[in-house]
Design a protein around this ligand. Structure first.
Ligand SMILES: *[C@@H]1O[C@H](CO)[C@@H](O)[C@H](O)[C@H]1NC(C)=O
Length: 297
């Protein structure tokens, strides 16, 4: 009793001072909070005024980064060619570019593996589902089996991480070579026959990796996008064919991801795309088609 009383007395006499202390701490914290808020609002509004227009759906004039070339070495020993970043190209079709997705060595490895086995490309006959020769596709190409070596397994893992589609849903990598004048007319990657969807179901998405730069031409063109495709920042650098749609210029190491199906699993006709004729230089690319289900090899 005595002890309690003795202890409670001083505490009760300190009461007013402890509540002032509490109040002043509260005041200090709210000041800090207000200052942080003001700064937050300021930095927010300045950053959103920067990027406001780029978040407008289907506005193709404000794609965050342009794909203009920069020096391999900035003079300070910092190799900018390995900087990786993604950009949204368009929502209809749903298309994204992952810059420097592949290293120079990986690009060269794929080309070296494929080179001895290149054959004239075919297209799928929509009636029989079989491959056939075609004038709409004049490149040559070959398939590299899924998981064939360590480098390919690394690349396939990276593709799965980027697309959220499991490695097992992917077809083998196809490597393609286009020489001057060679092209692929606009087409869909999804199938319109029963035969080709038996294994793995429909093709859901495509990752197109550029293994070489192309001096002129060779763009990947989407002729039916939503939005004003002539407003992309690089429009004036495109070939005549490239100017007929939303186009991506090939750049070694870059990867273009686009979806043939919408999120509700319906087919997306705006995924219509083609490879423009190469005008100067030559074009190497590699394609990963991804299915809805596991694709057995
Ligand atoms: C599309 O964009 C280009 C370039 O910004 C512009 O000149 C043209 O008027 C636009 N077209 C339409 C239909 O808005």
């Amino acid at each position: 009793m005595m002890k309690k009383g003795r202890h409670s007395r001083p505490s009760s006499s300190r009461k007013p001072s402890s509540s002032t202390l509490f109040l002043s701490i509260l005041l200090i914290f709210s000041f800090i909070a207000i200052i942080l808020l003001v700064f937050g609002v300021l930095s927010n509004s300045s950053s959103s005024s920067h990027s406001q227009s780029s978040h407008r759906v289907n506005d193709l004039s404000s794609i965050v980064h342009s794909t203009t070339d920069y020096d391999i070495d900035d003079g300070f020993g910092f190799d900018r060619s390995t900087e990786r970043w993604t950009e949204v190209i368009s929502w209809e079709p749903r298309a994204f570019v992952y810059h420097n997705f592949l290293t120079k060595d990986e690009c060269e490895h794929l080309i070296e593996l494929a080179k001895p086995h290149m054959m004239k490309s075919t297209v799928v006959d929509s009636e029989t589902g079989k491959s056939k020769d075609s004038r709409v596709r004049t490149s040559s190409g070959t398939f590299l089996a899924r998981g064939r070596d360590k480098i390919i397994r690394d690349i396939e893992k990276r593709i799965a991480d980027f697309t959220f589609i499991p490695v097992e849903n992917g077809e083998g990598l196809q490597v393609l070579h286009y020489e001057v004048g060679q092209k692929y007319e606009p087409h869909f990657d999804y199938f319109q026959d029963e035969f080709n969807t038996k294994n793995g179901g429909q093709r859901m998405a495509t990752l197109l990796m550029y293994l070489s730069d192309v001096e002129e031409g060779g763009e990947t063109v989407f002729p039916a996008p939503k939005g004003n495709f002539s407003s992309v920042p690089w429009y004036n650098e495109l070939s005549e064919c490239g100017k007929k749609g939303l186009s991506i210029k090939p750049k070694r190491g870059d990867a273009l991801l686009f979806w043939s199906m919408r999120p509700d699993a319906s087919l997306d006709p705006s995924s219509l795309h083609g490879g423009c004729p190469v005008i100067k230089g030559n074009k190497w690319s590699s394609t990963k088609w991804m299915r809805v289900h596991e694709y057995r090899t």
